[in-house]
Design a protein around this ligand. Structure first.
Ligand SMILES: Cc1cc2nc3c(=O)[nH]c(=O)nc-3n(C[C@H](O)[C@H](O)[C@H](O)COP(=O)(O)OP(=O)(O)OC[C@H]3O[C@@H](n4cnc5c(N)ncnc54)[C@H](O)[C@@H]3O)c2cc1C
Length: 525
C-alpha cells in the first residue's frame, strides 16, 4: 500500500486537466491521474473547434447572446460573460504553446457552426482536439513539477467529513493502479476533478469509453450539489455504419452547406425550423428523431457532395478519409447519420473559480456545471470553457489560504473482499443500463418512461452496491457504479422538470414554464 503527497491532484488528462496542470506547474507540485493513456478522452476527439470572438464584425456581446439563446433561458449570465471574455486569451495561449490552427491569408480561419450568428470557431482542419492534445501532452511531459500517473482510476475522494474530522474538506483520493492492481492513496490540500462527461450512460454515443461520469458521481458521494443533469445533448449526426464506433460528423459540415435529407432525397429541416440545417443541435436532433420514427428509418442522410472535392479535402480531410475507408465517397454521395448522446451539460456545481461545495475540491471541464451551457450547449463552447475555468481554478488554488496539514487518512482496506466469481453480472448490467437509458431517457421523454427507468436504476444500484462491498474493485466495476449513479441523477433531474426546455423534451409537459430555474440536486447530509 503506497501513499503519494502533492500540492494539487488533478484527475483527468483532457483539455481541462492538462490546462490546469500547465498553469499550476510553475508554482506547485502537481499529480495528474488518468485512467487510461494521457490522450484518451473526449478532448482528443473534438473535431469542429473552439469558439472565440476573433473576427471582424463579431463582438463579445454577440457571442454572449448566441450562448444565451442556445441555453434556452438557463445560462448563468456571469459565467457566460466570464467564458466569452476569456476565450480570445485562451486561443492566444494555445497558439503560444504551438497549436497549428488553420489559417487563411495569414489570419485564423474561422468557421461558423449551428447557433452561432458569426464565423467564430477557430480550428485545426477537422481534428482540432487531437492537435490541441498533442501539443498539451508534449508540454505537460516536459513540465518539471508535474508527475503523470497513467492507468490510475479514481475510486473515491477522501474527505474529512467521511472520516468524521473537524475539517470536512477533501484531503485526497484513492485510485486503482491498473499495473499493480493495487488501490493507492494520494494526498493533497487541493484536488481538481477534470474527468469529462457521462455519454457512456447511453447506448449510442459519440463519447469515448472514458466518459462514464466518474467525477460527477464521486463529487456527489463526497457531498457536492449536482445541477442540470437532465440536459444531455444528443449530437444530431453520428455516422451510421455497422463498422464505425461513434464517429462524429462535425456540425461544420452543416455550417458549410450540408443538407439533411430522408433516404428518398427529401430535404426535411426547413419544415421543422426556419434556420433549417443551422438550427441549434437539439432542434436538429429532435427533427431527425421525428423523421426516423415517422418514416421507420434506420438513419437519415447528410449531403455535402455539392461542394468541390478540393473544398472537402481541405475542410474535412478526416471525415472524408474515414467515410472512404467504409466505402462512402462524400464527394459523390450523402453520409448516413443518426443522433447520439454527445455532451453532458449538467454536472458538479461550481463557482467562477471552479470551486465546489466541498473545501479543497474543484471541478473543471465537462464534469462541472458552471452555468455556461444552461439548457443546451452552443457548439464549440465547451473546449473554451475547459481552458477558461482551468486557468481560474489554478489562480484560485494559488491564492487560497493554506489549509492545515491533514492527518494521513487510513489506508484502503480490502482485507474482507474476494475476487469476483462471475463478471458476467457487470457486463449484463452495463448493457441493460445503457439500453434502457436510450429507450426511456433519450431525446423525447414521458413520465411513464422516466418512472420505468427509475425502477430499474433502483434494482441495479442495489446489485452493484452488493458487488462493490464484497469483491475487489476493477475499473469496469468502478465505471458501472458511477454510470448507475449518474443515470439516477439524470432521471431524478428529468422527473423534477415539469416543462420542455432546451435539451429536455417531455411529451407530458410540452410547454415552457414561465420561469427558468436550474435543477439542483442536494446530496443527503
Ligand atoms: C466526438 C466529439 C467531438 C467534439 N467536438 C467538439 C468541438 O469541436 N468543440 C468543442 O468545444 N467541444 C467538442 N466536444 C466536446 C468536448 O470535446 C468536451 O466537452 C471536452 O473535450 C471535455 O474536456 P474534459 O477535459 O472536461 O474531458 P475529457 O477530454 O473527456 O477528459 C477526461 C479525462 O478524465 C479521465 N478520467 C475519467 N474518469 C476518470 C477516473 N475515474 N480516474 C482517472 N481519470 C479519469 C479520462 O481518461 C480523460 O483523461 C466534442 C466531443 C466529442 C465526444
Amino acid at each position: 500500500m503506497s501513499s503519494h503527497e502533492f500540492d494539487v491532484l488533478i484527475v483527468g488528462s483532457g483539455l481541462a486537466g492538462l490546462s490546469a496542470a500547465l498553469h499550476l506547474a510553475p508554482t506547485h507540485r502537481v499529480a495528474v491521474l488518468t485512467k487510461r493513456a494521457l490522450a484518451d478522452g473526449a478532448s482528443q476527439w473534438a473535431q469542429g473547434g473552439i469558439a472565440a470572438v476573433l473576427g471582424e464584425g463579431d463582438s463579445l456581446q454577440a457571442h454572449v447572446d448566441d450562448t444565451l439563446v442556445a441555453g434556452a433561458g438557463l445560462c448563468d449570465l456571469a459565467a457566460t460573460r466570464f467564458v466569452v471574455e476569456g476565450a480570445p486569451e485562451a486561443i492566444a495561449w494555445l497558439r503560444e504553446l504551438g497549436v497549428p490552427f488553420s489559417l487563411e491569408h495569414g489570419a485564423l480561419h474561422l468557421t461558423r457552426e449551428g447557433g452561432h450568428g458569426q464565423r467564430r470557431v477557430a480550428h485545426v482542419a477537422d481534428a482540432t482536439g487531437a492537435a490541441v492534445q498533442r501539443v498539451l501532452i508534449d508540454a505537460v511531459r516536459r513540465a518539471p513539477n508535474v508527475t503523470l500517473f497513467e492507468g490510475h482510476t479514481l475510486v473515491d475522494l477522501i474527505t474529512g467529513r467521511r472520516l468524521g474530522r473537524a475539517d470536512p474538506g477533501c484531503i485526497g483520493l484513492h485510485a486503482l493502479d491498473a499495473a499493480s492492481d493495487e488501490v493507492r492513496t494520494f494526498r493533497a490540500p487541493h484536488t481538481i476533478l477534470a474527468t469529462g462527461g457521462a455519454g457512456k450512460v447511453y447506448l449510442y454515443t459519440t463519447n469515448p469509453d472514458t466518459a462514464t461520469g466518474d467525477g460527477i458521481a464521486a463529487a456527489w458521494r463526497a457531498g457536492c450539489r449536482v445541477a442540470n443533469m437532465e440536459f444531455i445533448q444528443f449530437h444530431p449526426t453520428c455516422l451510421y455504419h455497422p463498422h464505425a464506433k461513434s464517429f462524429l460528423i462535425s456540425e461544420a459540415v452543416r455550417g458549410e452547406g450540408g443538407l439533411l435529407q430522408r433516404p428518398d432525397g427529401h430535404r426535411f429541416m426547413p419544415a421543422h425550423d426556419a434556420r433549417a440545417e443551422l438550427a441549434p443541435r437539439d432542434v436538429v436532433a429532435r427533427a431527425i428523431d421525428f423523421e426516423m420514427k415517422k418514416h421507420g428509418l434506420d438513419c437519415v442522410h447528410l449531403d455535402i457532395s455539392h461542394q468541390s472535392p478540393a473544398f472537402l479535402r481541405e475542410h474535412f480531410p478526416n471525415i472524408l478519409a474515414r467515410c472512404a475507408e467504409l466505402g462512402i465517397d462524400i464527394t459523390r454521395e450523402p453520409i448516413p447519420v443518426v443522433p447520439a448522446a454527445h455532451y453532458t451539460c449538467g454536472g458538479v456545481v461550481t463557482d467562477l473559480s471552479g470551486r465546489t461545495d466541498v473545501p479543497g475540491l474543484l471541478a473543471v471541464g465537462e464534469t462541472a456545471c458552471t452555468g455556461l451551457h444552461g439548457a443546451n450547449r452552443l457548439a464549440s463552447n465547451s473546449l473554451v470553457e475547459c481552458m477558461v475555468f482551468a486557468r481560474a481554478a489554478a489562480r484560485a488554488i494559488a491564492e487560497a489560504p493554506a489549509r492545515a496539514a491533514a492527518e494521513p487518512p487510513p489506508p484502503w482496506d480490502d482485507s474482507r473482499v474476494a475476487d469476483a466469481d462471475e463478471l458476467v453480472v457487470l457486463a449484463h448490467n452495463w448493457d441493460e443500463l445503457r439500453r434502457f437509458m436510450w429507450d426511456y431517457v433519450g431525446i423525447v421523454r414521458t413520465d411513464k418512461r422516466l418512472a420505468r427507468a427509475a425502477h430499474r436504476i433502483a434494482l441495479l444500484t442495489a446489485e452493484i452496491q452488493e458487488f462493490y462491498a464484497h469483491f475487489h474493485v476493477t475499473r469496469d466495476l468502478l465505471e458501472l457504479r458511477n454510470l448507475v449513479q449518474v443515470a439516477d441523477l439524470i432521471v431524478r433531474s428529468a422527473q423534477a422538470r415539469h416543462e420542455s426546455r432546451g435539451l429536455h423534451f417531455s411529451r407530458d409537459h410540452p410547454a415552457l414554464a414561465a420561469t427558468a430555474l436550474p435543477t439542483i440536486l442536494v446530496p443527503a447530509a
